[in-house]
Each structure stands twice: as C-alpha cells, then as structure tokens.
Design a binder for this molecule. Structure first.
Ligand code: CTP
Length: 402
C-alpha cells in the first residue's frame, strides 16, 4: 500500500455562481475521500445554486461566504481569516470559476471573500472555468485567462459538449476526475513543462481473433499507458493515444485511436510516429496471432482443439524514425535487468521501463514498481508508486531527451 499523494494536503476550494457549482460537491467529496483537508469559500452568487451547508457537511469545515463573518462584528474573531486561510493552503482550486471571478482575479479585485482570499494566496492557484459557450469564448475572458496563465496560475480548461442553456460548445466544467488529477499533479511539484511537445502513447492489450466470438488477449488493463497520456496532457503536451481494447477513461482532449490487433496497432503507430517528439510504447502487444481466423464460430468437436499461432511483427523493432525519441517497456519475470537491457539495445530505444508483475505491480493494479534504464546506462529506481506518479517519473526522465 502506498500513501495517496493527497493525504494531509490542505486544499482551499473556491466555488462561484454558475450551474456547475453543484459539481463542486463531487470534487470536495473526492478530496476528503483521498485524505485531503478541505476548506470552502463561496461567492454570494454561488449560494444561489448550492447551499453552504452542503459544502460544510462534505468538507467537514465551516464555509466562508462573507468577507466580514458575523463573529467578527461581536469582536470574537481576529478578522484576518483571509490571511490565515491563505497561509494554511497547499493549493487553492476554484471550481467552477465564472468569467466574472476570472476577470476580477486577473485585475486584482478583492471585493468578496473569495477574491480577497486569492489576493493573499501564497500557494499555487488552479482555476477551472465554466460558462456558456459565448461567454467562455468572449475575447475578454480569453485575454483574462491568458493573463492568469502567464502569471503562473494553472488553468484547467472547460470541455466541449451540451450546456445548461441547450447550446453546445466549449464551456462545460472539466470532469471532476481530471480536476483532481490536476490537483495531484501540481501538489506533486509538476508543472506545464511539456508545452509544445507532441507525445504518442500506446496502451492496453491487443486482441487476436480466433473466430467471431473468441480471441487471444492478455491481462493488460491499459491503466499505465492511459496514466502516461493523462499526465503528459496535464503537463501541456499534445497527446495521441493508440489504445487496444480497454475500459479506461481518458480526457476528451487526448486524440484517441482505437485498435484491436497487433497489426492494427502497428499500422497506427507507423502512421503517427513521425508526427511526434516522443513515442511511449506501453502497450502489451500480443506476440502471436492465430494463423487463420475462422469467419464463423468454431463448434466443439471431440476433446482437444489445436490452435496454430504465428509470430506478430515486433512494432518497436520495425519503426524507422530519426527524430522521434522512443521509450519501450519490458515485462519480465526472470533475469529482469539483463533482459530489459537486451531489449533496450535490440529495439534501439532511448529508455526502457522495466516492469515486474506482482501483487502491487503490473497488471490490473493501481500501483507499479519500475526501473527506468536509459540508453546511456543510467538506471532510476523509484519506490512503489501509483501509476499516475510512475507516469510522471517517466515523463520527467524523457524531458532530458528533447
Ligand atoms: N512490443 C512491440 N511489438 C510486439 C511486442 C512487444 O512493439 N510485437 C513492445 C512492447 O510494447 C514493449 C516492448 O516491445 O514496449 C517489450 O515488450 P515485452 O512484451 O516485454 O517483450 P517482447 O519484445 O514481446 O519479448 P518477450 O515476450 O520475448 O519477453
């Protein structure tokens, strides 16, 4: 078991007045579930959509709405709550952030409890805007967001889709899971250090069909590859994910190419690889496929069934690229280091991630224990980490190739 990165972290959640305010309940609940401490500050308009009592109950803390709380008037409060909160926080998240609050923050206004607190903040600030499509695309809002981003604040942009007004377009609050991933990323000390980089990731198993009903697969869930794609996106990269059959959720901003077999994955990788600065080949590609795929369901006959398999092409070995850096994975159960080093050399990789399946590592688990071995021989052995944290270690190491 590893310690969740959010355990004990102190998070201020700012909630502003828009219909997406109800989603702040899911965010605060997840933060608490993962062991963080949360204190909520709401704008007066936010209370038109959701009550302070709801957020107080979920955060297990008093919610601040007024700059001058009632206790201040009877002299029982020191009246520096905004400074105390600002110093307390490891991170402040505003979700949802309306265009009004974004405008105020970008101009340094301190006209309500939330904006006053922001002016005193020392910790990182993560802003998750939400608005109707034309409000969000308003050039002044875009200018304000750009200004905040240039000041070093982190913006988690809204998604496109159906909006409360019935219109469709950009403006829907980013998915709560993506916001929490961004919180974790920032609290772990990562930033948008991959802006301008194009990263191609392969993930999941491949399925080799025997007949219309049966296939040969493997135990890969796609979690490791998806974590790499997500972490790379949050760190600013332009990400393409080639995924074999997998039930993992991925952010809508990540270009997704779905494949089934090793040969489909090979075609997709070959088509995309030169468009990218880095390929991370984390897919568990099936080494064999049936010599013949039956077009109808094979009926059982007698007690045994023989299936003839032939070797799949090795995708990594067949890639001919000069500019794209390549990271491969090695799944080993014996002679691990020697086998991984052999693959690193034979497949002409810049780095290999040695992965040893076990109880807390490898397939179908949330954590992974890896060794990163670079072309120059340097090996990095992080402790047991979540797959998201492993993904970030891999990306940080990859940065030195660019
Ligand atoms: N790989 C690939 N094409 C294949 C098989 C594997 O590109 N047909 C890639 C994997 O995505 C991974 C690396 O090669 O990045 C190593 O995969 P692994 O399964 O550990 O090893 P194999 O090369 O298949 O060798 P073996 O199964 O004999 O260990």
């Amino acid at each position: 078991m590893i310690k969740d990165q959010l355990v004990g972290k102190k998070i201020l959640l700012g909630v502003t007045g828009c219909i997406a305010a109800y989603k702040s309940c899911l965010i605060v609940r997840e933060l608490i579930k993962r062991g963080a401490e949360a204190k909520v500050v709401m704008t007066p308009s936010a209370t038109e959509f959701i009550t302070p009592l709801t957020l107080a109950t979920l955060s297990q803390n008093e919610v601040i709405v007024n700059t001058f709380p009632p206790s201040q008037k009877d002299g029982t409060n020191l009246s520096t709550w905004h400074i105390d909160y600002a110093l307390w926080a490891d991170l402040m998240l505003i979700a949802p952030a309306t265009i009004n609050t974004i405008a105020k923050i970008s101009y340094g206004f301190a006209d309500n409890a939330l904006t006053t607190l922001v002016t005193a903040l020392r910790s990182p600030l993560l802003i998750a805007p939400a608005a109707d499509v034309d409000m969000f695309n308003n050039p002044i809002n875009k200018e304000n967001l750009a200004k905040l981003e240039n000041l070093g604040h982190y913006i988690i942009y809204p998604e496109s889709g159906e909006l409360a007004s019935g219109l469709s377009g950009e403006g829907r609050l980013a998915d709560a899971n993506k916001i929490i991933d961004a919180v974790e990323l920032i609290l772990s000390g990562y930033s948008k250090d991959l802006i301008g980089k194009k990263i191609l990731v392969s993930a999941g198993p491949t399925y080799e069909d025997i007949d219309p009903v049966r296939f040969i697969g493997n135990r890969s869930s796609g979690k490791m590859g998806c974590s790499i794609a997500k972490a790379a996106y949050l760190r600013g990269a332009d990400v393409t994910l080639i995924s074999g059959p997998s039930s993992q959720n991925i952010y809508p901003e990540i270009k997704m190419i779905k494949v089934r077999s090793a040969s489909e994955m090979e075609n997709a990788v070959k088509k995309e690889v030169d468009k990218n600065d880095l390929l991370v080949m984390s897919a568990a590609v099936s080494d064999f496929h049936p010599v013949r795929t039956a077009s109808n369901k094979i009926k059982k006959q007698g007690g045994t069934f023989e299936l003839k398999l032939e070797l799949n092409p090795d995708i990594l070995s067949s890639i001919k690229t000069k500019k794209t850096k390549i990271i491969g994975f090695a799944l080993e159960t014996q002679n691990e280091l020697a086998n991984a080093k052999k693959k690193l050399k034979e497949k002409h990789l810049d780095m290999i991630v040695l992965n040893s399946p076990g109880k807390e590592s490898g397939f179908e688990v949330e954590t992974n224990k890896v060794t990163l071995i670079r072309k120059d021989g340097k090996a990095i052995k992080p402790p047991l980490l979540s797959k998201f944290q492993v993904a970030n270690k891999i990306l940080t190491e990859a940065k030195s190739f660019f």
